[in-house]
Design a protein around this ligand. Structure first.
Ligand code: HEM
Length: 165
């Protein structure tokens, strides 16, 4: 089965049809997708701004990151679950949109950037994170994260515009 055929099956399923045709369910799920992204990407922006020395430079990075981490991870979980539901609701039209694959690509790159940061810097955060001006590769990870997540949001916003004309 090709990706297009799988998407058609999802699109025509009871769940896909129900979500698409319900006046309230689709906007409700879309609203949760946006709430999830304020918690995930929104909070991550503040961590990235701390890495750049712009937000609360006097606070160690760990003190910014640790209390936000559970909120941030829950936000990502909510965004991903609702994103999959939004996809199922419009799968047949969305799967042929290049912008959807750009969005997934930006998410994957942002995820790799976060993984690299976690492995290289995250484990010994207490040894470097107190300085107001952080090592250049740490700042670079912050800029990369801000850029990629912004591109994810723009690509996400373009899906309904390019998909339902
Ligand atoms: C943290 C990751 C994500 C972010 C920041 C994000 C962001 C967005 C944004 C800003 C929108 C536009 C909402 C609107 O127009 O009102 C959107 C829509 C959408 N997202 Fe995501 N998204 C993420 C993850 C995902 C995932 C993992 C999927 C599916 C695999 C997905 C599928 C969709 C779909 C299908 C729409 C279009 C809904 C419609 O037709 O209006 N998203 N996303």
């Amino acid at each position: 089965m090709s990706l297009i055929e799988i998407s058609q099956v999802l699109n025509d399923s009871e769940l896909g049809t129900g979500l698409r045709e319900s006046v309230y369910m689709f906007p409700f799920i879309e609203g949760l997708h946006l709430i999830g992204l304020t918690l995930s990407v929104g909070l991550l922006f503040f961590v990235d701004l701390r890495l750049l020395g712009i937000f609360l430079p006097q606070l160690p990075v760990a003190q910014v990151l640790r209390p936000l981490r559970p909120w941030l991870l829950s936000g990502f979980a909510l965004t991903f679950v609702t994103g999959i539901l939004l996809f199922i609701a419009g799968a047949a039209k969305i799967i042929v949109l290049p912008i959807f694959f750009f969005k997934l690509g930006f998410i994957a790159l942002a995820g790799l950037n976060a993984l690299w940061f976690e492995l290289k810097w995250g484990r010994k955060i207490d040894s470097w994170g107190a300085a107001p001006v952080l090592p250049v590769t740490v700042r670079l990870a912050g800029v990369t994260s801000l850029t990629l997540w912004s591109l994810v949001i723009i690509a996400g916003r373009l899906i309904p515009y390019l998909g339902y004309q």
